[in-house]
Structure formats: structure tokens, C-alpha cells
Design a protein around this ligand. Sequence first.
Ligand code: ADP
Length: 454
Amino acid sequence: MLLVVMVLMNTYPLIVSEDLVFQAKRNALLSSAAALNTAVSGLDALTEENVGAALAGVDVAGVSRAIVSDPYGKVLYDTREAGNAAGRYVFYNELVEALRGNFALYSVYKEGAFHSSAAQPVLYRNQIIGGIYVYEYDTQQASLLENLSSTLLSISIGIAVLVVMLSMIFSRQLTRRLASLQAAMRGVREGAYNRRAVLSGHDEFTQIAGEFNDLVDRLQETESARRQFVSDASHELKTPLAAIRLLTDSILQNENMDSATAMEFVSDIGQEAERLSRITEDLLRLTRLDSGVAETAGLTEIGPVLERVVRMLRPVAEEKGVELLVVSITGAAAVATAGELHQIIYNLAENAIKYNRPGGYVRVRAEPAEETAVITVEDNGIGIPPEELTNVFKRFYRVDKARSRAAGGTGLGLSIVNDTVSRRGGAIRAEGVSGGGTRFIVTLPSLERGEEEP
Ligand code: ADP
């Protein structure tokens, strides 16, 4: 673009001014030639004398040279002093052309000067009796034009240098910003999650850097949650494994162990193994929830699921002296698989029994609400301190570690419930019940996707 602009800038004005100058020159030449022609018109033949006399008063200051010749090209009159051609034959192209009866005009710009010439025949009764030749040589206008062209050239060179310099500065700045963004990206890719892109200003790059930083924040959170999860999980697995090793070592090292003690130890090993398998099952369930896309589910009646859960848990409740009350309102249905609903209700109700006291109650209720189903599991057990109400949904989080372990808990039950509920677009919260105890409230959508009213 710069090149095109420069070429245009350096040629167009010059061409136009050159044309204008030529136009003016030609007009001047033609009128001078016409004036000379008028002065000699009426002469029947041209001689040096009569031409000289006829032209004595004619003003030819407008041209550099004027020549009048006879029909053969012999000069009868020449305005030039040095190198006057009077009496000699001249064969300028234009004059030759004029002597053939034509009008001739020629102009050229060369070597810093405008050269223009014009010629026309002198007629007497339609006979060519001679020719008039005028010539103009101008360096003044030419030098003006030369000045103009050199001015234009220096201006355009100045502009070009400026444009090139500015674009270099801008592109360097751009590259530097890009490079710093790229360096931050590379750093993060190589595992430096604390790396951030630092860009000042308010342009698109700063916005991208901001987005990138937000992304890395998320990544860092996820990464630290993942590390925490792995370390918690290994810790959870380590405890029963350590117990199993301890128990086996005791049996192996104690050859005289009576069979009753040995049986007790083996049964403990069995319990620890069961714990291990519970933890791994829960872990697997969570991983599946984390990674998998929810399988498509239709609307499932909650009532039958609730009954099945209660059937399974009633013996446990009875054993603990806890009363299990169930209310299921017809029409309570949620968009989830029966397996998921079972998981949710079972975990909540089992907790309510586990963390209860003899003589306590557990009330499970399922009811339809506006476009949702609400499942409430309430107990008057040991309760959860208010500041812990949100923590209990975290993985491996337990309010009372010893009690949870004694009750066979893994600390993952509520996480699984929480993940299942939110995967189906629902919500769960826990609240304290006056007089002790806890209430878990689960809300699940009961309209299949695409079924929502507009
Ligand atoms: P756990 O396997 O230990 O039961 P959960 O994820 O199911 O793990 O529950 C996390 C913790 O929340 C439990 O350890 C317990 O301290 C507390 N909790 C859960 N449900 C209740 C409840 N109904 N009453 C009192 N505490 C509860």
C-alpha cells in the first residue's frame, strides 16, 4: 500500500502539471505563429526585405525563436541573434511539414527543459509561399516542476521512513505481548500452575490474558482438589491395610495363639477387608460420577424406590432402636434412574440411622412440588454443628471420625449423593432440626429436558 501511494504521489501531480504547462506553451506558440502569419499575409511572395519590414512591429517576445522561410526552407527571417540562420536552409521537421501545407506542433520535456515548437504554412491565394516556425525553450517552469518533484520525493521518503518505523515499533510491541502470553501458557503446560500472564493495557491481549488466568485458576483448583483426593484416598486405604498387616503379623508371630483369639483376629481381618472394598466401591462410584456423562433417564416414581430402601434398612433401624417413618405422596417422581434414587435415599436414611440414638426417629418423605420432587430425610439424632453443615458434602469429610469409622462409614456417602443430585440438575442442603437432629432436603427436577413449559 505504501509503495502504491508513494508511486502515485510521485507521478500523478507531476504528470498533471506537465500537461498544464504543455497546454499553456502550445497556446502561446500557436498565437505567436498566427500573429506572424497575419503580419505577412497579403504578400504575394516572401523576400528577406518585405518579411523584415512586415514583421518589424510584431511582438515575438513570447517565444524563444521565430523563423520565416521561403517555400524551399531558406530562412528569410530569424529572431535569434547568435547563430542567426538568415539566408541558410533549415530542415526542422515541423517546418518541412508546414511547407507541405500542414500545421505542425511538437513538444517534449527533456534534460530539465520544456522544448516546444509549432509551424504553419504562409499562403497566398492558396499557394504555399513560405513557412513560419516558432520555438520555445523554457527552463523556468521546468525547474519549478523539478523542485515540486524533489519536494514530493523527500516528503514521501519521510512518510515511508515514519510508517516503517511506526509499524516496526507496533509489531515489536505486539510480538512482545504475544511472547509473554505464550511464555505463561508454556509454563502452565509444563506444570507451573502458579504461573500467570501479566499484561498491562486494555486491549484484546489483556482480555485473553485475563481469560487465560481465570482458566489457570480453575485448573489449579481442580489440580489441588485432585491431589487432595488422591492423598485422602490413599490415606483411607492405608488404615485398613495397616490393620490387616498388623493382625496377620500377630497371628504369624504368635505360634501358640489359641484358636479363639486367632478366629477373632481373622474376623477382624475380614471386617477390615470389607471396609476396603466399601471404600473402593465408593471411590469407583465417585470416579464414574466425575467422568461419565449421565445416562439418559426418564421420569421415575419415587414411592417404590423408597419402599425398597426402607425394607432393606428396617432391620438396621430396629437393631439400633430407631423408629423409621415413611411418607410418600403420590405423584412424587424425578428425572433420574431408579438406581440413582436408591443411592440417594439409601445413603441419607442410613446416615440418619447411623448417627442417631436409641429411641430416636428417622422420617423419610417424598413429595411432588412445582416441576420438582422433594425428598426430605429428617432425624433427631446426634445432629451436625451448624458450621459443619456444608462441609459434610466434601469427600472424606467426617464430623466425628471415630464414630463414622465405628459405624462403617467411608466419608464418601454424602459426596456421592451430592454429585448424583447435581448431575441430575437438582440440589441438596442440610439443616439443623430444633431439639437436635438433622434434615437433608433434596430437590430433583421432575420435568424431562425439552419438556419445560415455554
Ligand atoms: P460417612 O461414611 O462417614 O457416613 P458421609 O459422607 O455419609 O460419610 O457423611 C459425612 C459425615 O457427615 C459423617 O461422617 C457424619 O459425621 C456426618 N453426618 C452425615 N449424616 C448425618 C446425620 N444424619 N446426622 C449427623 N451427622 C451426619
